[in-house]
Design a protein around this ligand. Structure first.
Ligand code: ZN
Length: 111
């Protein structure tokens, strides 16, 4: 095993948590400060106003994070897209900040 590779791994695993924390901090709930907000927020859409929200699971605070079309399709400001069905359920390829909308975690990082 090349020792350079081990150094690389050490740096990688040293940096990842910091990046992860920085992202969590950046997307924290503005109302209650929950750091899990960016990872575990519910999605809600209001077709009347055309706003799509991320809803904090801790305090229920809504932040406008995207746009809803009249047919229920959503475009998130962060780049993902998805769709709300008639009952308000959400399906999407990359809804929200971390792409958790489709059920996959997408990150590949260890727990
Ligand atoms: Zn909150």
């Amino acid at each position: 095993m090349d020792s350079d590779f081990l150094v690389f791994l050490a740096i990688l695993f040293g940096v990842l948590p910091v990046v992860f924390l920085a992202m969590a901090y950046g997307y924290r709930c503005r109302a209650c400060g929950s750091l899990s907000h960016g990872f575990k927020s519910d999605k809600a859409g209001d077709r009347d106003t055309g706003n799509a929200y991320l809803v904090c699971r801790k305090c229920g605070d809504k932040q406008i994070m995207g746009k809803v079309e009249s047919d229920g399709s959503v475009v998130w400001f962060s780049g993902g897209s998805g769709k709300f069905d008639e009952s308000g359920g959400y399906t999407g390829d990359a809804g929200g900040v971390f792409g958790d909308g489709g059920g996959g975690d997408g990150g590949g990082g260890g727990e």
